[in-house]
Design a protein around this ligand. Structure first.
Ligand SMILES: NC(=O)c1ccc[n+]([C@@H]2O[C@H](COP(=O)([O-])OP(=O)(O)OC[C@H]3O[C@@H](n4cnc5c(N)ncnc54)[C@H](O)[C@@H]3O)[C@@H](O)[C@H]2O)c1
Length: 361
């Protein structure tokens, strides 16, 4: 594709600023129009980012602008409808996590992309950065031996004001609780590193917040490559951390951060007897931190060059399925959920609404 990508954005809330900054940083992309439920929010956003056109509604934007790419930054509920409308209007779509409110909706979005011959890119920016790419390559090459055991923690703190935003904390509008909204980032990085999942057992907890959904969850996830992972997600943890630890036959990989990682956040500790191999595992000299910027840059470059999307923006369903399986397992009192069971699941492809074990006293 020659020229400049004409990019439009729907949902000018908090994450949208990251998208606007990423577009501004790209030499061949331009943010031409925005829209939001709240006109005043869209106007203020347009002024801040120098966007020339603001629309009251998304259909009007698509009709008037025919953008090459639509950035969907709304809450999960509208993702499906907005993606389908964008594909029908001939645009590629970049959608924020979680990509949809349900697995069935994501299937519809993927089918619509194929039918329209457009691309669906998903934003799980934890996959980006030179360190994650390096660790993924090391794990895939087998040079660390087989991955055996993993621990994946998203221990965050969200106060009552956070859940006062009307769409949060409710099955109908957020689709899920802290597992879907927060834990999915680290789970996605874990799955990006370890590959396909094999089984999930999960539990949902309401420990303190006034939410319909869970404010914490615990799960065991097994991967097709053999690894077993213990996954904890929380919105009630004052000392916050996002972390992954993977023990392989030859070393332990760790990453400890909060919302983004650079080389300093990662470490590889060799097992006794494998110290001499550690030099070959060293991180590359050039560092890029994980963020929206590299993800959108690589997506835009791929679209402009007519290349497949980067692996950082494909596979929208892997971590989404693991999250769905945690909900499905919790709804079945911690039963083992496999990919086959999830594919045929009678309820949890449409909605993650599940009973939450209330531990508030
Ligand atoms: N990748 C990340 O690090 C990250 C960080 C935060 C949020 N997110 C995701 O981004 C999405 C938005 O989250 P946020 O925190 O920016 O929310 P937000 O509430 O700050 O912003 C959402 C915006 O969308 C608008 N909106 C809602 N429904 C709409 C509709 N049907 N049409 C047009 N506009 C509509 C709202 O008015 C609001 O301005 C969610 O899916 C969230 O999970 C991702």
């Amino acid at each position: 594709m020659t020229g400049t990508l004409r990019v439009a954005l729907v949902g000018t809330g908090s994450v949208a600023h990251k998208h606007a900054d990423a577009v501004a940083a790209h030499p061949r992309a331009e943010l031409v129009a925005v829209t939001d439920h709240t006109r005043a929010a869209a106007d203020a956003f347009a002024v801040r980012h120098g966007v020339p056109a603001v629309y009251d509604d998304f259909a009007a934007l698509l009709d008037a602008e025919h953008p090459d790419v639509v950035l969907i930054c709304t809450p999960p509920g509208p993702h499906r409808g907005q993606a389908l409308a964008a594909f029908a209007a001939g645009a590629h779509v970049v959608v924020e996590k979680p990509p949809a409110a349900s697995l069935d909706e994501l299937d519809e979005m993927r089918a619509a992309a194929v039918a329209a011959d457009r691309q669906l890119a998903v934003v799980f920016q934890q996959r980006t950065g030179t360190a994650a790419a390096h660790m993924r390559a090391l794990l895939r090459s087998g040079s660390l031996g087989r991955p055996l055991l993993a621990v994946c923690d998203t221990l965050w703190y969200r106060g009552t004001d956070y859940f006062a935003v009307p769409w949060r904390g409710k099955w109908a509008t957020e689709g899920g609780g802290t597992t879907l909204g927060h834990g999915i980032h680290q789970l996605d990085l874990l799955a990006h590193l370890l590959g396909d999942w094999e089984s999930v057992q999960g539990r949902l907890w309401r420990l303190d917040r006034e939410t319909e959904t869970e404010d914490a969850s615990t799960a065991t996830v097994t991967f097709a490559g053999g690894a077993v992972a213990q996954v904890t997600t929380s919105a009630v943890s004052p000392r916050e951390v996002s972390s992954i630890r993977i023990d392989t036959q030859k070393a332990t990989i760790t990453v400890d951060h909060l919302y983004g990682h650079g080389h300093d956040n990662w470490a590889i500790t060799p097992a006794p007897g494998f110290e001499h191999e550690a030099a070959a595992w060293a991180l590359p000299e050039v560092e890029e931190r994980s963020d929206h910027g590299p993800l959108l840059r690589d997506v835009f470059d791929a679209l402009l060059d007519g290349r497949p999307l980067p692996e950082t923006a494909t596979e929208p369903s892997r971590s989404f399925e693991i999250v769905a399986a945690i909900y499905a397992s919790a709804a079945a009192d911690g039963a083992v959920i496999t990919p086959a069971a999830l594919a045929d699941h009678p309820t949890h492809r449409r909605s993650f609404a599940s009973p939450v074990d209330d531990r508030r006293r």
